[in-house]
Design a binder for this molecule. Structure first.
Ligand code: F6R
Ligand code: ZN
Length: 195
């Protein structure tokens, strides 16, 4: 049985540091095939390559024993009904965990194991989320106007496996229904034995 993700609250300190050594930006064009409403995705992209999220990281040697850490900012917006989100990944060294601390905004972390066990946890300012080893993770901004800002820290040798998620996405999607976020099935997703 896999460990389950868990969360708890810590009172929020002030300010977001801005001295990180590496800045990564991800645009709509890098999310091809990830949004359920392909037609709307193509139409939006034709109108411009929107900036969906950014990561500020402090570069450290990618060795076991070091900790990579930084700030992830997912901007608000939707592709059809589906909120802006990160690509999401397993760690290449799959037995490595990650801690997220939400600094600002509203959102969720969508997670799943290679066997297809899934979990969705709320992210809001002050919330700590523990992503256990073996759980893929994707942050989703469910706010209508504000950025979703999280601090993250994980073993520096973990690496990223994006390919497994790119093939069919996560088992669950986060969409707006009646003005609120809802968890729905991803119809493209197949259990491991049917892939
Ligand atoms: C690192 C991690 C975060 C994400 C960031 C962007 O292991 O989980 O720093 O890398 O939130 O998401 P991805 O990497 O999925 O594009
Ligand atoms: Zn990660």
């Amino acid at each position: 049985m896999d460990n389950q993700p868990f969360t708890f609250d810590i009172a929020l300190p002030g300010g977001i540091p801005s001295t990180y050594s590496n800045h990564i930006t991800r645009r709509l064009s890098s999310m091809r095939g990830q949004y359920a409403d392909e037609q709307t995705y193509v139409a939006l992209l034709a109108g411009g390559d929107a900036l969906l999220y950014e990561v500020y990281e402090e570069q450290v040697p990618e060795n076991a024993g070091e900790l990579l850490h930084g700030i992830s900012i997912v901007h608000p917006g939707k592709v059809g009904d589906e909120y802006f989100m990160t690509k999401g990944h397993f760690h290449a060294e799959i037995a490595t965990a990650e801690v997220y601390y939400c600094l600002a905004g509203q959102g969720v972390m969508v997670m799943e194991t290679p066997e297809g066990v899934w979990a969705v946890e709320e992210l809001r300012a002050g919330k700590v989320l523990y992503v256990p080893p073996r759980w893929a993770h994707r942050s989703v901004n469910t706010g209508s106007e504000a950025d979703l800002v999280t601090f993250f820290v994980y073993p520096a040798h973990a690496g990223h496996d994006y390919g497994s998620i790119e093939k069919q996405g996560f088992r669950k999607l986060i969409v707006e229904q009646g003005g609120r976020p809802a968890i729905v099935d991803n119809l493209r997703w197949l259990p491991p034995e049917q892939r």
